[in-house]
Design a protein around this ligand. Structure first.
Ligand code: SER
Length: 391
């Protein structure tokens, strides 16, 4: 089951059940939105989940690219990605949560061929504001799946205010073949969450209280890369077909340890997508996130070989990424920005080395030193810290 076929299976399944495929948005939310990047599939649909009629109807699906900086320190492990894609389905005041769970189970079992005994689900167990999600519990029990109610892990919100509600998460057993499933999703990490079905029933107000939405909706999201890892029986997202050219071309080019290869691969791929969506490196906002991604790549590459350079980055990887995300930006433009950023970083490092070699900066630096280096010489704190540790 390759990625294209998996996406088609998902879209065909929901189309047959009256859903329309909407075009996934870019990583950039609308200007009125306070967040920097789209962080989940439902993000572009927020106004519609709060009651605005959607021009394409009440049953929708899409494939949305997302970017999360909250996981940046996890990058390099087997499962986290900065830019990832989410398959999503929505009912805007149409069918019930129970219907969404039933269809979800049918697609996993019949469409993707995941056996029932490798599935476990969790439901919202209730808190002091909202009672337990008995509808989902009953639905799963009728379908014959093991269910674990949780205290605080089954509540989804997009931020401190806005639409939110109880959710039900579907987990797949990823233990070694032949190892029968053990424990529950909260006790054994080999249960991997692949799909979240949220019952968007409330809106959280500024004062923290909840008000019922006039028209409750369903929002589901399934991380594509993680789904492919499970369906293709791999341990890591980087082993899926999505990363095939990356893992074929990068290791022979730059001989790094595995976590570093994964970090370089993730950050470069993410950087290309962000550039493809029109963001340019800068010191603030989205541009700063992009700059950090590229600089982390450069720091990792140069750690044990200062001669490594993005000039060697195969153009096939840039083209493959832009094609995959249907971005019209040319490979030449992306490459130019990457190389320009590399040059800036090199200049900054040289300046940093010169300044730090002065007498006054011998010994441990004070808060004021860091402030001065930043304000007067444009040397960010992490870069200074990096230069001091390499000395
Ligand atoms: N919004 C939910 C999530 O991001 C489901 O799409 O998990």
């Amino acid at each position: 089951m390759n990625t294209d076929r998996t996406v088609r299976t998902f879209t065909d399944f929901y189309r047959e059940r009256g859903h329309r495929l909407i075009t996934g948005s870019t990583l950039l939310p609308p200007p009125s939105d306070p967040v920097l990047f789209t962080t989940s599939g439902m993000h572009p649909l927020t106004p519609y989940l709060q009651g605005r009629p959607h021009p394409q109807g009440r049953r929708l699906i899409n494939l949305q690219r997302c970017l999360r900086t909250t996981d940046l320190d996890e990058i390099g492990d087997l499962t986290h990605l900065t830019v990832f894609e989410m398959l999503g389905s929505w009912s805007l005041g149409d069918y019930s949560h129970s219907q969404s769970l039933r269809w979800g189970y049918e697609l996993l079992r019949d469409g993707f061929g995941i056996p029932q005994d490798r599935l476990y689900v969790t439901v919202f167990g209730g808190d002091d504001q909202v009672g337990p999600d008995t509808e989902s519990l009953r639905t799963w029990q009728e379908l014959g799946l093991p269910v674990e109610p949780t205290d605080d892990e089954n509540w989804w919100s997009n931020g401190p205010v806005g639409p939110c509600g109880p959710d039900s998460e579907i987990f797949v057993w990823t233990g070694d073949p032949g190892t029968p499933p053990q424990g529950t999703p909260t006790t054994d990490p080999r249960w991997v969450e692949i799909w979240n079905h949220v019952n968007m029933r409330y809106r959280r107000k500024e004062d923290g209280s909840l008000e019922p939405l006039p028209q409750p909706g369903i929002d589901t999201g399934m991380g594509l890369e993680r789904l492919m890892t499970v369906l293709q029986g791999h341990r890591s997202v980087y082993e899926t077909d999505l990363f095939e050219p990356w893992m074929r071309l990068l290791p022979p080019l730059w001989d790094l340890d595995e976590p570093s290869t994964r970090l370089v691969c993730d950050h470069l791929r993410s950087g290309i997508v962000v550039l493809g969506d029109g963001v340019r490196p800068s010191n603030t906002g989205r541009g700063h996130v992009l700059r950090r991604l590229i600089r982390r790549v450069l720091t990792t590459l140069r750690r044990d070989d200062p001669s490594r350079t993005l000039t060697d980055l195969p153009v096939e990887l840039v083209g493959h990424t832009l094609d995959h995300f249907h971005q019209s930006c040319g490979t030449g433009t992306v490459r130019e920005f990457l190389l320009d950023e590399e040059q800036r970083f090199t200049n900054l490092l040289e300046r940093g080395q010169r300044v730090l070699s002065r007498r006054e900066f011998e010994g441990p630096l004070s808060e004021e030193d860091y402030q001065y280096l930043h304000d007067t010489h444009g040397l960010p704190r992490d870069l200074v810290a990096g230069l001091l540790t390499t000395d």
